[in-house]
Design a protein around this ligand. Structure first.
Ligand code: HEC
Ligand code: HEC
Ligand code: HEC
Ligand code: HEC
Ligand code: HEC
Length: 194
């Protein structure tokens, strides 16, 4: 299977023309601590299996950020397009986002086959949530991503190198407050709690 990646890289470039903002993945200038926002040009996602004791919850389909965002340099916002405009970054739906490529790519891959099956039965994939703030906390993505230009990686870590996503930051109140204080932003209780 790995030897398929060369020709598929070509296919992806062709398919993605205009919609794939190659190399621009979450590249915003950023005053925070520097977590790399992209991988080397020649990064190849390592061979790994879902049972390899990877951190993060096991997902119903072994979707890999290191393959899509790392090796193929897909922009985070191609899939999480709501991050700049909404409270929630959102998880893409199988159809059209994933099937735009996977009607033709990876058709001999058993994990992709599961995706295709779900799509043909019009069933959503029930992804397991990795991050979950308590319901009494208000966290607006757009204010941080668009407003402040903080990169995804500052808070989520080097997702483009993760075979499976895990929670990188503590998401504790102290974590929010540290950054807010450092950047002279609000520490008013009612900004985050209501
Ligand atoms: C091809 C589509 C796609 C791209 C590109 C993509 N993601 Fe994702 N992302 C997903 C899907 C599907 C999930 C849900 C499954 C999972 O958690 O692995 C997800 C999950 C996540 C989660 C965990 C969500 C939760 O449950 O808390 C984070 C954080 C995340 N992505 C960040 C990123 C970042 C940062 C990038 C860019 C480096 C990126 N994603 C690029 C499709 C994508
Ligand atoms: C300032 C920190 C911060 C930045 C920057 C940030 N996130 Fe998040 N992200 C969070 C927190 C906190 C949560 C948990 C939110 C919740 O549970 O309500 C989260 C949740 C998510 C989720 C789970 C689904 C959702 O919307 O709750 C995804 C996907 C995600 N982020 C992707 C991204 C992507 C892609 C970027 C960059 C475009 C990004 N995030 C930038 C802190 C951040
Ligand atoms: C822009 C095209 C594109 C999009 C959109 C896309 N993929 Fe992929 N996907 C690829 C390519 C290329 C590969 C690598 C195929 C290979 O190496 O055989 C891949 C591989 C996979 C694999 C196999 C994992 C592995 O080990 O290589 C899964 C599962 C997968 N994708 C799921 C998804 C899901 C879920 C979505 C939507 C959230 C999605 N893909 C969106 C292009 C895409
Ligand atoms: C890496 C730095 C950083 C982290 C971590 C961070 N924030 Fe922020 N936050 C900012 C910055 C910078 C702004 C100002 C955005 C702007 O200019 O619009 C902001 C703005 C906000 C606002 C809007 C405040 C207002 O004036 O209305 C809320 C609400 C908020 N953050 C909640 C949170 C919560 C909740 C967390 C933790 C789960 C968190 N933030 C973590 C940097 C951060
Ligand atoms: C920048 C965002 C932010 C601000 C400002 C903020 N909080 Fe929080 N708070 C959080 C987050 C995120 C959590 C959930 C994570 C945790 O428990 O650490 C939380 C949790 C809490 C909890 C529950 C703790 C627990 O153990 O269950 C209390 C109580 C609380 N905050 C009170 C306050 C008070 C009082 C203020 C004002 C002095 C305040 N918060 C200001 C983000 C914030």
């Amino acid at each position: 299977m790995p030897n398929l990646r060369g020709p598929l890289a070509l296919a992806i470039t062709t398919l993605g023309t205009g919609s794939l903002l190659v190399l621009s993945a979450c590249l915003n200038s950023n005053a925070q601590e520097a977590v790399p926002t992209r991988t080397a040009d020649n990064f190849v996602a390592p061979a790994t299996v879902d049972t390899a004791g990877l951190p993060g919850p096991v997902q119903p389909v072994f979707y890999r950020h290191d393959v899509h965002a790392g090796q193929y340099k897909m922009d985070c916002r191609y899939c999480h397009f709501a991050a700049e405009t909404s409270m929630h970054a959102g998880i893409p739906s199988i159809r059209p986002t994933c099937m735009g490529c996977h009607t033709v790519i990876g058709t001999d891959n058993p994990e992709v086959e599961r995706l295709r099956e779900a799509a043909s039965n019009d069933q959503p994939v029930e992804w397991v949530k990795v991050h979950r703030l308590p319901p009494f906390v208000h966290f607006p993505h757009m204010r941080h991503v668009k407003g402040a230009g903080i990169t995804c990686q500052t808070c989520h870590g080097p997702v483009q190198e993760m075979a499976r996503v895990y929670q990188y930051s503590s998401l504790k109140m102290g974590w929010c407050l540290d950054c807010h204080k450092k950047n002279k932003q609000t520490t008013d209780c009612t900004a985050c709690h209501y």
